[in-house]
Design a protein around this ligand. Structure first.
Ligand code: GDP
Length: 413
């Protein structure tokens, strides 16, 4: 810059003008973001190039950065500090990565969270017990029982079944003391929830060492991304290693949300750095990364736009086809919001037809007294509820345990 100013002076430009020009140049320089900050995608560490890997012909090319488990401090977009301050920041202000969290132990979670099963409204179990404990049960009482079941979203078929079974037992055994009534109702409710169903989450690696791939599907807003984050913690608590795939590329914040969940427990997130990228490409890269890292499980969050059935089928079908080139699907989990009643059942029907669902995650059971949805949705899809969400806390996801669930319904006040 000095040379330029000297040249201007030599050419006869007045000193005042040269000084003013120099001041402007110095100011501009000070405000310019430093090299390497403004061009970087925030919050992402680019995955190293992977030469020689097979092309994925069904996917459009995307740059899929792999987010490091615990990202270093990120500059806020558009707020890069002046050059002088950067030296200070690098040396002094660089915050340390927060310590990793230790997720709560998994066994017994549902029993611990039982009080939340019927936090609002009139709980199913308590109302049933109240009617059943009457001395002589009239037709009106039986109608009231059936109505209670229907209002709790148990569904018409299962409700009628339960009433029939109870009527028979009351006829044979009579209604004795409250403890007996409770035991009878407990047995019948348990039969309805069906303890014989296989509720294990299949997350074992394949014989050739590929990670188990769990695809998580469902309509946006049901708690899908949150569930993926909570599930990662469940797996980490059990000593498993995990990679997350942010294939919900249509909701701008979903990848950030997922990455935050992962980084808290040291789990890597594979994501695209642009909205609207091909979800199948991101899912594929997540599984490939999981294989390269040698992890046990890859959890893939997908987009759940309420679009037409053909579109949904296309999208999930493509994800499945592309992913299964790397590793087979171990589970397809459908996330349903327990507070949405019949609407949730309609969603279950559509996803059940297009996605080959192997298990249901029922979220927000803490926000409804309608625990009967567990029964209805299992009947609707013919697949078991495997996990339930019971709050917004990071460890408020529990493996579904029929006994603890029924006890929760009966004990709630
Ligand atoms: P997505 O659009 O399906 O990915 O939904 P999100 O994961 O973003 O969740 C939507 C909202 O539901 C968030 O505010 C979550 O905190 C909330 N949520 C998720 N699971 C539960 C749950 O089990 N209980 C409660 N009370 N809220 C939940």
């Amino acid at each position: 810059m000095n040379d330029t100013l000297t040249t201007l002076l030599a050419a006869g430009v007045p000193l005042a003008i040269v000084v003013a020009l120099a001041t402007v140049l110095v100011r501009r320089r000070g405000n310019r973001p430093s090299d390497g900050v403004d061009g970087d995608a925030p919050g992402s560490v680019l995955a190293p190039p992977r030469p020689g890997e097979p092309a994925v012909d069904e996917t459009t090319a995307v740059d899929v950065p792999v987010a490091a488990p615990a990202p270093a401090a990120e500059p806020a977009a558009g707020a890069a500090p002046p050059a002088e301050a950067e030296v200070l920041e690098a040396e002094v202000l660089e915050p340390e990565a927060p310590p990793l969290e230790v997720p709560a132990p998994v066994p017994g979670r549902l029993a611990r969270l039982r009080g939340r099963l019927a936090r609002s409204g009139s709980p199913l179990g308590a109302r049933l017990l109240q009617v059943l404990s009457r001395d002589h049960l009239t037709e009106d009482d039986w109608d009231e029982l059936e109505e209670t079941l229907l209002l709790a979203d148990v569904g018409a078929g299962p409700s009628a079944e339960l009433i029939d079974a109870l009527r028979t037992r009351v006829r044979v055994e009579g209604v004795k003391d409250p403890a007996h009534v409770r035991a009878m109702l407990r047995e019948q409710l348990l039969a309805l929830v069906d303890p014989a169903l296989d509720r294990e989450l299949h997350t074992a690696r394949t014989p050739d060492g590929a990670p188990a791939v769990v695809l998580v599907v469902g309509v946006n807003g049901t708690g899908k991304t949150t569930t993926v984050g909570k599930l990662a913690r469940v797996l980490v608590a059990e000593g498993r290693t995990v990679v997350l795939g942010a294939a919900d590329t249509f909701r701008a914040a979903a990848a950030d949300q997922l990455q935050t969940w992962g980084s808290r427990v040291g789990v890597r997130t594979v994501r695209s750095d642009r909205d609207g990228a091909d979800p199948a490409a991101v899912a594929f890269d997540a599984v490939r990364q999981g294989r390269a890292d040698g992890v046990d499980v890859v959890l893939v969050d997908t987009a759940g736009r309420l679009q037409n059935k053909a579109g949904l089928m296309d999208e999930l079908g493509k994800i499945t086809r592309v992913v299964t080139r790397e590793a087979p699907l171990s589970e397809v989990l459908l996330v349903l919001d327990a507070t949405t009643g019949q609407n949730g059942l309609n969603q279950a029907r559509v996803f059940g037809e297009v996605a080959g669902v192997t298990g249901i995650v029922l979220t927000k059971l803490d926000g409804t007294a309608k625990g009967g949805i567990v029964v209805a949705v299992q009947r609707e899809l013919g697949v078991p509820v495997k996990l339930v969400g019971l709050g917004e806390g990071p460890d408020d996801l529990a493996p579904f345990d029929p006994e603890a669930f029924v006890d929760g319904l009966l004990d709630a006040e």
